[in-house]
Design a protein around this ligand. Structure first.
Ligand code: ADP
Length: 375
């Protein structure tokens, strides 16, 4: 029978040998072998041809290519193997804490990332969209919810200005650069500032979380309103959040604001993944080795240290962020080779890793609960 394990064939390797060859490949996030983690699946041996799947916990796994190469090389090095076909798949484990009542909110979404800041103008929306694009570029299905109801910027940042369609009380997201989008800005007819009263904000956010037809998403990035006011608070209370990224600049020395933000997430038991410092330094094109820290160096790191959370890195100032932003072309699209774009890709890889670890913990807790219920 073609395609089935024929380890009995003289000269052919056995499944055990294939697994042993793969055992030394360690997932750096779990610090465990990919074999022990159960990532290796469907080993099929057909004479000298060996095929198997490596099932990752996210399609955006930053070490996907390294795993694939190492696995192929290791199996092809076995005596009797002429070819190893590695099929990289993924089965995203959700990191969203779901209580029974949260079940109806964002049902098809596996991870939600809140992007927050103490105040406006630090690059929160820029970070949110480029983080979403970097996650998409690494192979994940991604949505971006612009929950900054007071100053929605997703229409401007993406160049999408249509009105979303609605059917049977479901609102359908728009799309740009392969990511699904929803923003209050799509429903506004002019550019006058929106004045919302508390209950309206509450209702609107609820609608965004329950009535938007996101479908199946690996990651939903949520651009929060700045600060810890009504809208931000409502969102953190209503949305099942996997984790939060706090954006700051080096001169935003308000540890008080940052701490307020941290408390807001702590209250709803949302892990803060860390602090990212935007507009950190400038590198003139003619001096590519120089970094000028125009607003002082180390402010973001200091805030992260004070809060006891991780520092997620620096994003440089690049005039192309503004230039592209005005044309609906985020830096990841406008200048993908720039250091700023690379910084956002690095941020995305870090976020993916942290969420994968959190998801493993969440499922461990879930498993533990099941055992507890049974006993
Ligand atoms: P927020 O969402 O915090 O209000 P925005 O993302 O809208 O901030 O950014 C504020 C302004 O700063 C925008 O004009 C944006 O283009 C610009 N900006 C953000 N990040 C950078 C950067 N790394 N380099 C240059 N300009 C930036």
């Amino acid at each position: 029978m073609a395609g089935t394990a024929t380890s009995g064939t003289p000269g052919a390797v056995s499944e055990g040998q294939v697994l042993d060859a793969l055992r030394p490949i360690i997932d750096p996030d779990f610090n465990k072998s990919i074999v022990e983690l159960g990532f290796v699946k469907n080993v099929a041996i057909d004479g000298g041809r060996v095929a198997f799947d490596i099932e990752l916990t996210t399609p955006a796994c930053p070490v996907k290519a390294e795993f694939e190469r190492a696995a192929r090389e290791r199996v092809e090095a076995l005596e009797g193997v002429t070819e190893a076909a590695v099929n990289m798949t993924s089965q995203t484990r959700p990191s969203i804490p779901r209580s029974e009542s949260a079940e109806a909110v964002l049902p098809g979404v596996r991870h939600t990332i809140a992007v927050a800041s103490g105040k406006g103008g630090v690059g929160k929306s820029t970070t949110a969209i480029n983080l979403a694009l970097a996650l998409r570029a690494s192979g994940a299905k991604v949505g971006l919810l612009d929950a900054d109801v007071y100053g929605p910027s997703v229409p401007l940042l993406t160049g999408v200005h249509e009105r979303p369609t609605a059917q049977n009380r479901r609102i359908y997201p728009l799309e740009a650069y392969g990511i699904e989008l929803m923003s209050m800005g799509f429903f506004l007819t002019d550019e006058s500032p929106v004045i919302w009263r508390g209950p309206m904000v509450h209702g609107l956010i609820k609608q965004f979380l329950t009535d938007v037809e996101w479908g199946e998403l690996d990651y939903l990035v949520i651009d929060l309103p700045p600060g810890t006011g009504d809208a931000a608070l409502t969102l953190t209370q209503m949305a099942p959040l996997s984790g939060a990224v706090i954006v700051t600049t080096s001169n935003e020395l308000s540890v008080v604001d940052a701490r307020k933000g941290l408390r807001m997430f702590e209250k709803v038991e949302v892990p803060v993944l860390g602090v990212v410092e935007n507009m950190s330094y400038f590198t003139p094109p003619e001096l590519p080795d120089k970094k000028y820290y125009l607003f002082g160096q180390g402010g973001g790191k200091r805030i992260a240290d004070e809060l006891g959370v991780d520092f997620l890195g620096e994003v440089p100032i690049d005039p192309r962020v503004v230039e592209g932003g005005d044309k609906g072309r985020p830096i990841l699209i406008h200048a993908p080779d720039s250091d700023a774009a690379q910084a956002f890709r690095d941020l995305s890889a870090t976020v993916v890793r942290k969420l994968a670890v959190l998801a493993a913990k969440t499922s461990m807790v879930a498993d533990a609960n099941i055992t507890w219920v049974k006993s």
